[in-house]
Design a binder for this molecule. Structure first.
Ligand SMILES: Nc1ncnc2c1ncn2[C@@H]1O[C@H](COP(=O)(O)OP(=O)(O)O)[C@@H](O)[C@H]1O
Ligand SMILES: [Mg+2]
Length: 481
């Protein structure tokens, strides 16, 4: 079952609520149990104990009133006896009503029985006295005393039983208290762990696909358009993923179309351009008849322009090949110092005409084990010719190469117009020519640095530029070993 983000969050929170609800419910139930036990002690046991005291007092008073009446025959004692008697019965009824154990009820019933017998004897005696009948006082007296003793004994036993009961109940309560404390603690810890797990899994099930999507976006920004993202849930993410994959497919197609276009066009252009250049060369050599000075000037302009066109076509072909991953590299041990010297020699005429001074800071023995000679020369040529192109007359160019911690670091520094900070990254893209304050920039194609970057990256290296407007620029190439 694939749950949406909303259902995941809702379900996660619901589970957390249920867990907390159960723990709280259990705690409340435990508290209720303890308070019920306490109430029982206060409401029942204490009350029966009170009643017991009253019963003892009452039975003793009854005996006294009865005796006083037998001696004085004063009816006031008879009435007091009767009122005590009804009190006794009421107390007993109350006690029986709230008695909550078998023991208590048994004792109270026994008391009730003894009291009924005692009562019957007393009534019998008192009636006889009233009617002045002759009766055997001694016989009843002994029997009554025995019954009262029984009652008092039962009351005493009742008290002992209650005390025992209270004691037992207190023990149970204290045990229940400590075990419920333990259980509650365990439940809280379990609940906490469960809540943590639930929230972790809910959050992770949402953030994990988000992270994959983020990684994919980073790849796309680097120009890798693989449509291999696989996220099956939550459904919202699945939709986003298929849109992402579709976008990658489209981008791939567009990229391929572009590369195909470049390579076809370049092939188609290179052949006729070379013929034109050669034709011009023959004309300049006088193959087509004598050439006037004016014609000679026009022909050299034509040579320059066709050279530029050939350069552009070559660059286009190179970049198309590189981007299609069809460029082959022949890596080997190369002496970087010598390569730099060779590139400088190639541009010597241009350097001389612009009266530029070139400083070389490197040693001859700087070798690197994994260099494609021709491609690295292309890199150096591009960087050095840019430095010359963007330098004004009498400018200075410093080329250095040295070993540092991260690898071999080559730098080309000029005293040209500099590059605005916001363009320092973009200039390595294709056709990127932010206007610098020189008339020269229009003469380029904007492909040189893109080719440089491709070659350096193929060497496993990095290329970047640092610059301050008006202070010149420095281009760095780092080649790790
Ligand atoms: N040494 C430099 N000084 C100033 N700007 C430079 C320098 N090198 C490159 N740039 C800037 O980077 C852009 C791209 O350079 P590049 O790819 O070699 O293309 P191109 O040389 O054909 O213009 C240039 O148009 C220029 O704006
Ligand atoms: Mg250039």
């Amino acid at each position: 079952m694939k749950l949406s983000i909303f259902s995941r969050l809702a379900l996660g929170y619901f589970v957390i609520f249920v867990i907390l609800g159960i723990v709280n419910g259990y705690t409340l139930w435990q508290l209720h149990q303890i308070s019920r036990g306490t109430k029982q002690i206060i409401n029942i046991d204490e009350r029966i104990l009170e009643i017991k005291k009253k019963l003892v007092d009452n039975i003793l008073s009854q005996m006294e009133y009865e005796k006083k009446f037998a001696i004085t025959k004063d009816s006031i004692f008879y009435e007091q006896f009767l009122s005590s008697q009804s009190d006794f019965q009421n107390y007993l009824k109350d006690a029986l009503y709230i008695a909550n154990t078998k023991d208590k009820t048994t004792y109270l019933n026994q008391i009730n029985n003894s009291y009924s017998l005692y009562n019957a004897l007393v009534i019998d005696d008192l009636e006889s006295i009233k009617n002045k009948k002759h009766f055997s006082i001694v016989k009843n007296e002994i029997e009554k005393e025995r019954l009262v003793d029984n009652i008092l004994e039962d009351l005493k036993a009742l008290e002992t039983s209650i005390m025992k009961d209270v004691h037992r109940r207190m023990n149970v309560l204290s045990e229940a208290g400590s075990s419920s404390r333990k259980l509650t603690l365990i439940m809280w810890v379990t609940a906490l762990v469960l809540v943590l797990f639930t929230s972790f899994f809910t959050t992770r099930s949402i953030t994990k696909p988000l992270t994959s999507l983020m990684e994919k976006t980073k790849e796309i920004s680097k120009g890798i358009f693989k449509s291999d993202l696989k996220i099956t849930s939550p459904p919202e993410m699945m939709e986003l993923t298929s849109a992402f994959n579709a976008m990658c497919d489209k981008l791939n197609k567009v990229e391929k179309m572009k590369s195909d276009f470049f390579s076809t066009m370049s092939h188609e252009l290179r052949t006729p351009l070379t013929s034109i250049k050669e034709g011009i060369g023959l004309l300049q050599e006088g193959v087509g008849g004598t050439v006037t000075e004016k014609q000679q000037k026009l022909l050299s302009i034509l040579t320059e322009e066709s050279n530029r066109l050939i350069g552009l076509v070559n660059s286009l072909l190179d970049i198309a090949k590189m981007e299609a991953g069809m460029m082959t590299y022949n890596f080997g041990h190369e002496n970087i110092g010598l390569l730099i010297q060779q590139s400088i020699q190639e541009v010597a005429p241009l350097v001389e005409s612009k009266k530029i001074k070139i400083w070389l800071e490197t040693t001859d023995e700087l070798t690197h084990p994994r260099i494609d000679r021709e491609r690295m020369l292309q890199v150096l040529r591009n960087l050095i010719s840019n430095a010359i192109k963007f330098s004004s007359e009498h400018g200075q160019i410093t080329i250095s190469a040295y070993l540092e911690e991260r690898g071999l670091l080559i730098s080309v520094q000029d005293t040209g117009p500099g590059i605005p900070k916001e363009n320092l990254y973009a200039i390595f893209g294709k056709f990127q020519q932010p206007p610098v304050k020189t008339s020269e920039w229009t003469k380029g194609t904007g492909l040189g640095l893109a080719i440089v970057k491709n070659i350096v990256v193929a060497h496993g290296g990095e290329v970047w530029a640092e610059s301050d407007i008006g202070q010149g620029s420095t281009f760095f190439v780092l080649l790790p070993f």
